[in-house]
Structure formats: structure tokens, C-alpha cells
Design a protein around this ligand. Structure first.
Ligand SMILES: C[S@@+](CC[C@H](N)C(=O)[O-])C[C@H]1O[C@@H](n2cnc3c(N)ncnc32)[C@H](O)[C@@H]1O
Length: 216
């Protein structure tokens, strides 16, 4: 369902110290933009940022870039980040509005991206749209232009077809799969921070499928 327009979203983002209005200007220099040099992880399609906020608060040793293609959703995401961080302005989070299909225009190998999170992306069920899936082999090859050797892709979905197809896309792209489950919440001892879609689908009894893979 489409989110109702939020007139406050753009002004609040514009006033936010960690919102990047012109992200392409940081290409090759993302590490410098963060106050401290730390490994950089991307949350692709960060949505309302429940996952990003909690993950960044828990892992202060990592820098995170949250990327989404909706100002309204990013505006809600910013508010969710602030409710986790309180008065504090996080120094390990940057947010930007950008089309993930164009990511090679945003990051270079010098940006040393160590991990991509792709959580509950659109399954694009019609065969003619499969290439738009954020985990499609064509998209993975784009991510490889900036993902570090040994860098990881962590993927979660509610959708069985997308889970199976993504496993195939990972193999086709030469990724080394090191974690694979059809019921993430039943796994013992595995760190998992919930996303807003994961909360919604779990409440409907739908299991979270997950894959984690490494670039050779
Ligand atoms: C189904 S939501 C998932 C949100 C969140 N990751 C979660 O797990 O709850 C997918 C998100 O990806 C964003 N998105 C879809 N295609 C995108 C694209 N090409 N570039 C950037 N964001 C995109 C949407 O705006 C939406 O917020």
C-alpha cells in the first residue's frame, strides 16, 4: 500500500545533519564524510529504518548508509532513527534519496563497502520484471563494481519465489553462500534485527527466509 504524502518529510530531511541531499558528490569519499573511519555497510531500500536505527545504535563500530527512493518513507525513517538515538545525532548513519539501480554512480571501490543489506525488497513477480529485483544477477554485477573483495550481501525476504531465485542469482554471480535458512527466527544464536516488513509478515505467520553470501 502506498504511504500517504507527508508534507513534513522533505523539510525535516533538509534540516537533518545526516541526510545527504547530493549523494553523488560523495562518490569515492564516503569514508571522509563520516566523522570516524569505520567499515561501511549499506541498507538498500532502508524504508522506515527500524532495522537501520537499531543496527546502527547497537553497532557503533560500523558506519551505515541508508538508501531509499521515497522522501516520505525516508522522513519516517529519520524520525525512527531519532527515537532510537534520542537527543543524540548519530555519527555513524547517513541517509540518502537515490535509485539503487544506479548505485555504481554513487560508490567507487575506494569507498570500500563491506556489506549490503537487502531486506524485503519488492519481489517483482512478473517474469518480464525480474531484472528489476534488487538481487537479480544484473544488479549484483553492478554492486560488484564497488563491493570490497570478501564483502558480503545479507538478504531477507518473506517471498518463497524470490528466496529461491535469489539463491540462483547469487550462484550465477559467483557469490559464496555461507548462510541459508528458510526460517530465520528458528535459528539459534544468529543475530537478527527485525525490519518493519519482517514484523508485519511474522505477525501473519509468514517465515523469514534469509541468505548471506560473500564476494570471492
Ligand atoms: C518493501 S520495502 C522494505 C523496507 C525495509 N527494508 C523492510 O524490510 O521493512 C522496500 C523499500 O525499498 C524502496 N525501494 C524500492 N526500489 C528502490 C530503488 N530502486 N531504489 C531505492 N529504494 C527502492 C522502497 O521505497 C521501500 O521503502
Amino acid at each position: 500500500m502506498r504511504m500517504r504524502t507527508k508534507s513534513w518529510a522533505k523539510p525535516e530531511l533538509a534540516a537533518c545533519s545526516y541526510y545527504i541531499p547530493e549523494p553523488e558528490a560523495l562518490r569515492g569519499n564516503w569514508a571522509e564524510k563520516f566523522g570516524e573511519k569505520r567499515p561501511v555497510h549499506l541498507d538498500l531500500g532502508c524504508g522506515k529504518c527500524l532495522f537501520l536505527a537499531e543496527t546502527a545504535e547497537k553497532h557503533r563500530e560500523i558506519n551505515y548508509v541508508g538508501i531509499d527512493l521515497s522522501y516520505d518513507i525516508l522522513g519516517v525513517g529519520r524520525r525512527n532513527i531519532q527515537s532510537v538515538f534520542g537527543e543524540e545525532q548519530p555519527d555513524n548513519v547517513l541517509l540518502c534519496y537515490y535509485n539503487i539501480e544506479k548505485l555504481p554512480r554513487l560508490f567507487l571501490p575506494e569507498d570500500k563497502i563491506e556489506r549490503l543489506y537487502i531486506n524485503f525488497c519488492n519481489p517483482w513477480p512478473a517474469a518480464k520484471h525480474h531484472k528489476r529485483r534488487l538481487t537479480h544477477t544484473r544488479q549484483l554485477e553492478g554492486y560488484f563494481s564497488f563491493l570490497k573483495p570478501g564483502g558480503e550481501i545479507w538478504f531477507k525476504t518473506d517471498n518463497d519465489d524470490l528466496y529461491l531465485a535469489t539463491k540462483r542469482y547469487f550462484t550465477e554471480a559467483g557469490l559464496e553462500l555461507f548462510f541459508d535458512t528458510q526460517d530465520l527466527h528458528a535459528e539459534q544464536g544468529v543475530e537478527n534485527i527485525l525490519t518493519e516488513h519482517e514484523i508485519m509478515f511474522s505477525a501473519q505467520g509468514i517465515k523469514t527466509k534469509a541468505l548471506r553470501a560473500r564476494k570471492a
